[in-house]
Design a protein around this ligand. Structure first.
Ligand code: SF4
Length: 367
């Protein structure tokens, strides 16, 4: 990682051209640098062979090409990988690569920790460290792309479902999506980006007006009493207020709003809950992702038995509400929803720790 915090990754191509111009450099130099970074995945100015050597040295001294260091990587038995990344000020954040036959999704963090303290979520217990800069979000995608490139694949989708509440860092989230969408950057269409919110009502419409991203709302309960417990933000924006904001969300007609619903045994998984959920979402172009609770140490919440999960999904399907039951990905490495920030398990054979090149040396020394 470079010493400089003036990061190329914090800039769209036009912003970088303007920044270079202010430093007396030709604007096209910015395009050359971006081709190396996003096209060739080169992270060292000194290796950019079509730049004159004095320019390479000058850029090396004054700019950085990344702001995160890959500390470790855990691979699940199902192929999911959790990347643990360290920021320049020593904070740890996590991203999760979720490989599927036809899409490669990276789940990114938007904050160090999270202030919302949802009771089923390991990240919430960390509290909020700080907001991530746009470049730090972009860098997560570059790290994910570098890991995937080893198997000849590319990231096709990005979801903001990692650590943090994206709408409480909305300006940087929007900037990062614009930088990722830049044709001279990764060229990732905002339509392949999903932003998840616990229900920060005042900022939902702002996101929808800024970018054609998909919105996912973490609902998790059908009464305010239960949701106040699971998602304390509900005390400020109760279910009726949240669903009213969903009805006003400026989505394209072909997009359905997604609702995440973590199923927790004995808390929100009853037949009455399923019927209430159908009623609450009536009239919305909605689909529901049911997420059987991903258990983690320190949480008393448990996953319902399979028949309860099937019955709940069956009630929604019978009411013609599109529903999927999310297959848990990466829960053996605590990379599944609600598990980020929990200490990674160390049981060998099930989980492999993949070390960054720098750490490989250290690991060898520890043996
Ligand atoms: S579920 Fe999301 S919003 Fe709630 S504490 Fe966890 S990271 Fe924050």
């Amino acid at each position: 990682m470079s010493r400089n915090t003036n990061s190329v990754l914090d800039h769209t191509s036009e912003e970088l051209r303007q920044a270079f111009a202010r430093e007396g450099l030709e604007r096209f130099r910015a395009d050359q640098v971006l081709r190396w970074v996003y096209g060739q995945r080169v992270r060292d100015f000194r290796l950019m062979s079509d730049l004159a050597r004095p320019l390479r040295e000058r850029l090396y001294e004054t700019w950085s090409l990344g702001c995160l260091e890959r500390e470790s990587s855990f691979e699940s038995t199902d192929g999911t990988r959790k990347l643990v990344l360290r920021t320049h000020d020593g904070a740890k954040i996590e991203s999760v690569l979720i490989p599927e036959p036809r899409r490669q999704t990276l789940c990114v963090s938007s904050q160090v920790g999270c202030s919302l303290d949802c009771s089923f979520c390991a990240t919430g217990r960390l509290g909020l460290g700080r907001n991530l800069r746009a470049g730090e979000i972009v860098d997560q995608v570059l790290h994910g792309a570098e890991v995937l490139a080893r198997s000849g694949k590319e990231i096709t989708h990005v979801v903001f479902m990692g650590m943090g509440e994206p709408l409480l860092n909305l300006d940087n989230v929007i900037r990062s999506i614009r930088i990722l969408a830049d044709p001279r950057g990764m060229g990732l269409s905002p339509r392949r980006v999903t932003v998840s919110t616990a229900g920060v009502v005042p900022r939902m419409a702002e996101l929808g007006r800024a970018l054609p991203v998909r919105l996912t709302v973490s609902l998790h309960a059908t009464t305010d009493e239960v949701r106040n417990e699971l998602v304390p933000l509900n005390r400020r924006f109760p279910i009726a207020t949240l669903l009213e904001a969903c009805r006003r969300y400026p989505a394209s007609r072909r997009d359905r709003l997604s609702f995440e619903y973590t199923l927790i045994r004995g808390v929100n998984d009853s037949p009455d809950d399923a019927r209430r959920l159908v009623k609450l979402l009536h009239g919305l172009r909605a689909k529901v992702n049911l997420i059987p609770m991903n258990e983690h140490p320190g949480s008393a919440y448990r996953r319902p038995e399979a028949p309860q999960i099937e019955a709940f999904a069956g009630t929604l399907a019978a009411a013609r509400l599109p529903v999927t039951v999310r297959r848990s990905r990466g829960d053996d490495i605590f990379a599944a929803c609600g598990q980020l920030g929990a200490p990674a398990p160390s049981h060998e054979g099930q989980t492999r720790l993949i070390l960054s090149d720098k750490q490989k040396g250290n690991a060898l020394r520890h043996r």
